[in-house]
Design a protein around this ligand. Structure first.
Ligand SMILES: Cc1cc2nc3c(=O)[nH]c(=O)nc-3n(C[C@H](O)[C@H](O)[C@H](O)COP(=O)(O)O)c2cc1C
Length: 187
């Protein structure tokens, strides 16, 4: 699979089947983050790869309403960082940008390997830190829910989520966000 294909194949699926998570997979995904670029090569990203059944069960408590589907995760990657881990240039703080890029590399690689890797914002950072022992002074930026895409619809999905399972949610046309040469010129 080439990069473009992985970008096109990646979807935020919510119907998940269990899948074995080996050390080699974690190593592979972590290596993809490791190789990514960052401001001054600061590498501000931190990850907790949660795959132990008991720990995954505990993490159910951290999921927000509407994310019950994520209880079927075979792995949850907790992504965290803080501004001080990366460039802070006159109010421009790069930790979220760099951590986001490295995490996108993880997501695309997971897609290439046949997994669903679905980032979510609907969770309690406080509970996540408590459960995983993550220090208090960092930001939990996302949880990436990992599993195998299931042909059977998850029974906990809303109508909207069922629709998104069948068809990729609509995207803005390029004209709404691409400018050529100057702001006033649209693609
Ligand atoms: C930062 C971020 C937070 C998200 N939070 C949630 C979430 O809490 N629950 C959920 O079901 N999906 C969540 N999503 C998935 C998006 O809803 C999804 O990516 C979007 O609808 C586009 O669908 P697609 O990724 O399948 O193309 C999140 C995605 C991102 C990048």
């Amino acid at each position: 699979m080439d990069v473009k294909e992985a970008i096109e194949k990646r979807r935020a699926y919510r119907s998940l089947d269990p899948v074995e998570i080996g050390d080699d997979l974690i190593q592979d995904l972590a290596e993809c983050a490791r190789l990514f670029c960052s401001c001054f090569n600061n590498q501000p990203w931190q990850y907790v790869f949660v795959r132990d059944a008991e720990m995954l069960k505990k993490m159910h408590d951290a999921l927000s309403q509407g994310n019950e589907w994520a209880r079927a995760a075979s792995m949850i990657i907790a992504v965290y960082s803080k501004p001080e881990f990366d460039c802070m240039i006159k109010g421009r703080n790069y930790y979220l940008f760099d951590t986001g890029m490295a995490t996108a590399a993880i997501i695309l690689r997971a897609t290439e390997l046949g997994f669903v890797a679905h980032p979510i914002a609907g969770y309690s950072p406080r509970k996540t830190k408590e459960i995983l022992g993550i220090p208090d002074d960092v930001e939990v930026i996302t949880l990436v829910i990992v599993g195998k895409h299931s042909d059977t619809l998850s029974p906990v999905l809303s109508e909207k989520q069922i629709q998104a399972e069948k068809e990729r949610p609509e995207r803005k046309p390029l004209q709404e966000f691409v400018h050529i040469d100057r702001y006033s010129e649209r693609i």
